[in-house]
Design a protein around this ligand. Structure first.
Ligand code: ZN
Length: 268
């Protein structure tokens, strides 16, 4: 078969192998996906929700009430470009377990996953935006503690696709993970670069931690901490729609640049 294996083909094959599909079924899946690329689909994930308020600010602001309008603003600005499809893990004040957020992104065939948060830190002086990518062994302690807090939001263990799969799908998943991880890091660097020109940033603003929502092996995924509700100034700013719009404008520019850059998402 003289088909070019693009990223979608690869992902379809990966999913098929993980589900134990036969060689013939995999071949059929490959034929189905050797078509022109679709419009990139962005899965937006508003952190926390429902019974899980997330962090609670000094003035009583709930993290879940900052993450949702921020995500809606991201959607509004990205939709205005007419270049992307947008989906949400939640559009209301609803509790969604962390693995379900990843499952929804994979089921939708997302090309990018963005989770939005606004946590609290023990040190009230710390402030500014930061972007996280996945690290199984979170390098810095603070990042690990933060990931532990976010992961505690539900009782189900993180997604582990490789657990009961044969050796081959394990290798495929490893390959995909590596490729995805590189893309996630590139995206995070783009985001940090663009955000840093417009809003206050945390020191070492690109960090890595073991966030459960970043575990899709085949979707570049990043988590934005838009600021810290434990900081008085950040809390005031994050409550303001104008500030969120400014932050999101930088975010949306970086995402657009990342997704339309030809050597990245559209081919592999
Ligand atoms: Zn959070």
């Amino acid at each position: 078969m003289a088909a070019t294996i693009n990223r979608r083909c690869f992902n379809r094959l990966l999913a098929g192998a993980a589900a134990g599909m036969s060689f013939l079924d995999l071949k059929r899946a490959l034929a189905d996906t050797a078509k022109p690329a679709k419009i990139p689909l962005i899965m937006l994930d508003a952190g926390h929700g429902g019974v899980d308020p997330g962090a609670i600010g000094l003035a009583g602001t709930y993290e879940k009430d900052i993450s949702l309008p921020t995500v809606m603003e991201v959607a509004r600005q990205l939709a205005a470009t007419n270049r992307f499809q947008i989906r949400f893990t939640r559009k209301d004040d609803e509790f969604i377990p962390l693995p379900d957020r990843v499952t929804r992104a994979r089921a939708a065939g997302a090309d990018l996953f963005l989770s939005v948060h606004a946590d609290a830190l023990p040190n009230r002086a710390e402030r500014g935006a930061s972007v996280y990518t996945l690290s199984e062994q979170a390098s810095d302690r603070e990042a690990a503690a933060l990931a532990a807090r976010e992961n505690k939001a539900d009782l189900v263990a993180g997604l582990d696709l490789s657990q009961n799969d044969p050796e081959v799908s394990g290798i495929l998943i490893d390959l995909a993970r590596r490729q995805t991880n590189n893309l996630s890091i590139q995206l995070a660097q783009d985001l940090v670069g663009e955000l840093g020109r417009h809003v206050p940033m945390l020191t070492n603003s690109h960090r890595s931690a073991g966030f459960a929502v970043l575990k899709a092996p085949d979707i570049p995924s990043v988590l934005l901490e838009s600021g810290y509700l434990s900081n008085e100034r950040d809390e005031q700013l994050l409550r303001r729609p104008e500030y969120r719009a400014k932050l999101v404008a930088a975010l949306a520019r970086a995402i657009e640049e990342f997704l339309v850059r030809p050597q990245r998402m559209r081919r592999s």
